[in-house]
Ligand binder design. Sequence first.
Ligand SMILES: Cc1ncc(COP(=O)(O)O)c(C=O)c1O
Length: 363
Amino acid sequence: MADTISFARGAPSLDIVNVDGLKQAAARAFEADPAGLTAYGTSVGYVPLRNWIAEKHGVAAERVLVTNGSLQADAFLFDTLVTPDSDVVVERPTYDRTLLGLRNRRGKLHPVTVDDNGIDTEELAALLASGVRPALAHIIPNFQNPAGVTLSAARRQHLLRLAAESGFTIFEDDPYLDIRFAGAPLPTMLEQDTDDRVVYASSFSKTVCPGIRVGYLVGGTEIISRIGKLATNTYISPNMVAQAIVYQFAVSGQLDQSIKTVRAALAERANRLGDMLRAELPDARFQVPDGGYFLWVELPDDVHVDKLAPAAADRGVAIVKGTDFLVEGGEHAVRLAYSAVTPAQIEEGVRRLADAVRAVRGG
Ligand SMILES: Cc1ncc(COP(=O)(O)O)c(C=O)c1O
């Protein structure tokens, strides 16, 4: 359908991407450092951006590796730590591409419940007590994709204790850190880590634009140096032009401005989506998140997503089925991204979705 309204895309709409600012940043980047941009560079990334990221997180530059999007960072980390049959803890639900990346490496997945305060660390403690020794726990701490929830401060500390006791790595996958529009920020696990238990990833996809493909890893020097060698052997170096543009965008203050723009737009969209869902789908259960791109909606048991998704598509609205984010379950849940839709599209999109729900109920 030509005018499909997409709640499926976890990307900013064009009106909140600063295209002119990016053009100016590109011009400045070529002007300031033509040799640095046009050469291969090194596997650790464009050095000025690497230093900028190190400063943002208060770590030594040797602990940072800048990649082509954080998915490339995920892939390097998984290739380093996950071998066939490695035990890996994932959140339930979690980002579908995390499940894909871990399945591709034949990791043995242990899903642990996510509730309103993030991953249930008591359930994880019980899993560890049963003898499971994971190599890695993948955690999305802020405005989780897809559930929208944030891991509480107490649970962040509990996770760090469990990781120290059982010897696993916490993969803190944090692309939504700066997209908070309500409540106070919480300390990252990275900044509370005292013995290199945390490998942290973030990205400029959600604050600048995804097409720029710039993300990064922060970890202990030993693992970052191992991953640096893997990166050299994979692609010599990531995209220096894109990273230099991001660097210029960041140091000029345009990044901070862009974050403000995205936050304000997404706050409005999230609230509008919540209001519309309450009005049009009074049986749906959800919480409007304090930030990020996604709202998770649980629908009544007689609404099955395998019927709902095509019925919604027929009415010109795209959603992602809850089942995509779970090893088991999710048949009555959907993820709605409010990042790529205007408030007017949200209103029309929820009306169409409610019509699709009515059509499939009980069927
Ligand atoms: C938790 C999580 N990690 C990673 C990514 C991908 O980020 P990037 O565009 O930097 O590869 C996403 C994008 O939706 C995400 O939600």
